[in-house]
Design a protein around this ligand. Structure first.
Ligand SMILES: NC(=O)c1ccc[n+]([C@@H]2O[C@H](COP(=O)([O-])OP(=O)(O)OC[C@H]3O[C@@H](n4cnc5c(N)ncnc54)[C@H](O)[C@@H]3O)[C@@H](O)[C@H]2O)c1
Length: 349
């Protein structure tokens, strides 16, 4: 069987860290070309990953290469334009989050994918990390009782984002929340139904002229519960934690160490608390041992790899997409609500 031919647009951080290595591990695909406006970067990336061709212009790449898949790893503001051009050239398209910065762009992308009979998907990577998948399974099996809400804490180190004065992050709708916000948006949408309200609270600790606020709390109200979010950009560390609250138990997920712990403390006294500590220790050890075993046996895979593989399978075998374009659109719709509330409350528009 002929392998699927992949072209990657954008040779920056995420492309080299996650996407190209993910394709390189799959046997039914070949990365045939990369494209970046920065010629040196495109050339060096092709060399580093042993990719036959490199380009600085997407139109030229789409004309000259007969690509089955175009993977888009460029800033969000230009996802739509490149995706549309790629789909019109006949390629299936997958792109980094967010699908686009505007719902109207997502709608146009969906229209073009249908007209050209090609698949369109978005990398909502956190949904495919093993503890997140396990949590969804526990919630849907009723193991936490009735669902009441989730709490998400994401911390992006200062030096990585907010300190970078001229970076495109600051030019997104909502600034830095436009960059990490899509993660909390798609995670919230996995659990909440019919979101009608959002409320954003913002503070500035750093007082940077290029980033008016740098610490955020966001309340998202769904028909079946809340998502309470903390987005921090002023720390020195990464954090990606999700608590899922139910009437009988709560789940704590750590997406950095890939751990999940179930808490079901029913009485407030020393013995159960000690038991609880032991139980969480046992769960931590269990998790760590199985994680270590997975790493040793080479089975521990992260979200982006799984999404890319499922996308390829959906083209080869007609299986469902890992993330549908409609899910990408809903994530952008929620981001639009969050950004509108933030800009209105803080007079930023
Ligand atoms: N899932 C995650 O955890 C995660 C993490 C980081 C970034 N991202 C997403 O990945 C995407 C890229 O982010 P990044 O951090 O890799 O950005 P980056 O700035 O490191 O790289 C982007 C690259 O795109 C190139 N580029 C820009 N316009 C182009 C064009 N028209 N044609 C060809 N190349 C072009 C730039 O020259 C740059 O090298 C964004 O959508 C971002 O939100 C996702």
């Amino acid at each position: 069987m002929e392998k699927l031919k992949v072209g990657v647009v954008g040779c920056g951080l995420i492309s080299k860290l996650r996407h190209i290595p993910a394709y390189k591990r799959l046997k039914d695909l070949d990365v045939m070309a990369v494209c970046d406006l920065n010629e040196e970067l495109a050339k060096n990336t092709a060399k580093e990953f042993d990719i036959p061709n490199f380009y600085t212009d997407t139109s030229k790449m789409f004309d000259e290469e007969d690509l089955d898949i175009v993977d888009i790893c460029v800033p969000p503001q230009i996802h739509a334009a490149i995706a549309i051009e790629a789909m019109e050239s006949g390629a299936h398209v997958i792109m980094e989050k967010p699908m686009a910065t505007k719902v109207s762009d997502c709608k146009e992308m969906i229209r073009v994918s249908k007209n050209n009979n090609v698949k369109l998907s978005v990398v909502h990577n956190d949904l495919f990390h093993s503890p997140f998948i396990k949590a969804k399974e526990l919630v849907s099996n009723g193991e936490i009782g009735d669902f009441r809400g989730i709490k998400i804490f994401l911390s992006t180190p200062k030096h990585y984002m907010i300190d970078l004065k001229d970076h495109w992050y600051h030019k997104l709708p909502g600034g830095v929340i436009g960059e990490t916000g899509p993660h909390i948006s798609y995670m919230s949408l996995e659990f909440l139904d019919n979101i009608q309200n959002v409320d954003v609270f913002a503070k500035s600790f750093l007082n940077y002229s290029w980033a008016p606020y740098d610490d955020f709390r966001i309340e998202i109200e769904g028909e079946n519960g809340f998502s309470s979010v903390a987005l921090a950009y002023t720390t020195d560390y990464w954090a990606a934690r999700v608590d899922i609250i139910g009437t009988k138990a709560m789940l704590q997920i750590d997406l950095n160490s890939m751990l999940i712990i179930k808490h079901d403390l029913s009485e407030l006294s020393y013995v159960p608390i000690a038991k609880q500590t032991l139980s969480s220790l046992r769960q931590r050890l269990g998790n760590t041992i199985s994680k270590t075993a997975n790493v040793i046996s080479g089975r521990q895979r992260i979200g982006t790899e799984i999404v890319v593989e499922k996308f390829a399978e959906s083209i080869l075998n007609g299986t469902p997409l890992p993330v549908t374009a409609e899910e990408g659109l809903e994530t952008t719709r929620l981001m639009e609500m969050i950004v509108a509330n933030y800009q209105e409350k803080y007079n930023l528009s």
